[in-house]
Design a protein around this ligand. Sequence first.
Ligand code: XMP
Length: 507
Amino acid sequence: NVLILDFGSQYTQLIARRVRELNIFCEIKPYNNLPEDLSEYKAVILSGSPFSVRAEDAPHPDLSQIKGKKPLLAVCYGAQYLAHFKGGKVAPSSTREYGRAKLSFIDHNEPFFSGISEGSQVWMSHSDTISELPTGGIKLASTHDVENAAYKIDGEETYAIQFHPEVYHTTDGKQLLENFLVHIAGVAQTWTPDSFVETTVAELKRKIGNEKVILGLSGGVDSTVAAVLLHKAIGPHLHCIFVNNGLLRKNEYQAVLDQYHGMGLNVKGVDASARFLDNLEGESDPETKRKTIGRVFVEVFDDESHKVDDAQWLAQGTIYPDVIESVSATGGPSATIKSHHNVGGLPDYMKLKVVEPLRMLFKDEVRRVGASLGIDKELLGRHPFPGPGLAIRILGDITREKVAILQEVDAIFINGLKEWGLYDKVWQAGAILLPVNSVGVMGDERTYEKCVALRAVESTDGMTADWVNLPYEFLQKTSNDIINKVRGVNRVVYDISSKPPATIEWE
Ligand code: XMP
């Protein structure tokens, strides 16, 4: 197990993902909440930070239990922190040090740089520079602009680098992490999807025994993988509930339910479309729509869960990014842009114990675990779909007629992406029904009908996104199909906005 101490860098989760890619388990902890017992950690990595070490309010944790006692890799801010407080000097850089640089000098006697040569590209992002190494510091690498791009401390397994090994643009970053973790710290590479499945299933069996577990399936990757893991552990004691809120994609409710049954899951489908749509009637405010859907979901789910006698547990598909304690650079809570109702856990009145088999996994790991469990590739590769579904893609109020129109449009778009081999190149795609009518001509008739927008984005986590450059021929064919086949739509537009500033969903 490896500990990553977070100083608030935007790249901290990326460090963890790179370490996991080496089949090494790691955990992120905030710098101001260092675990008391460090004995289980074989190595420690210090992250970067938006702070300058010279600032008074910058993170200044006590590392006396770590430095010199365990293999330590300090990245960017971490490297400056070690220099600043241990006899070295950190000063503002005279040139801006952002972006690509090349290693111009490497100490090849060091196993830290084994397999890496001069000229290797690294990614810099800092405005301070280490002008003097700390006591015992030995320079290991330089770039053209940064003299002390890497150093170690004599007699210790302490290594420090000014650049970011975790970002894709540092070409040999993964090699460097492997050199440090595997060859220097001697950490075993045993964190694999198969070993995760084996230990998790055993753990779930031990924890749950013969008690009953309820789980809400959404059709998405996380809840599905959680269900299959639990099914493997406790079989028919797992009771899954799959709710149709009437705002899913075309035919999705039945298709997904059939698929779940085919996987042998004990799942009950609950078609509550009418209840959701009745409650949403006349509602056009995005946040109220979300809250209404969240509330009705809780009501329906609660009704259904009462039908399972003596349930003791509620299982959730929570994943690691939802549980990492974050370090906020501003100290304050970040603004709520959209209330994502499905992050927030169980309602108080359901007094069940919670089990979250995926809480230590990143999304890409959930997919790999799913594959190792033999879950259908198509299901694992599905685009994310928001909990409130089409409700937040119908701008303005929601009617059954509008849902039906949008389902048709969405199906043409998504099936088209699949047929053209574009689906897997896109992170998320969907159609939006606009509250706009525009004039058209069809045959000799003047029409005054609805307009739909298509959105397809590339992203890694939904936090930032860019629109996808879909082929014109594809857009042309899709637009024709939609206008010819879906009654009530006479205009199609393609959304070419990036996030930020535009969000992925329009509401
Ligand atoms: P935005 O629109 O904020 O979306 O750029 C980022 C990601 O979050 C999804 N999203 C939601 N998911 N409930 C959800 O479960 C919601 O209320 C919600 N709003 C947005 C969106 O689909 C995208 O993947």
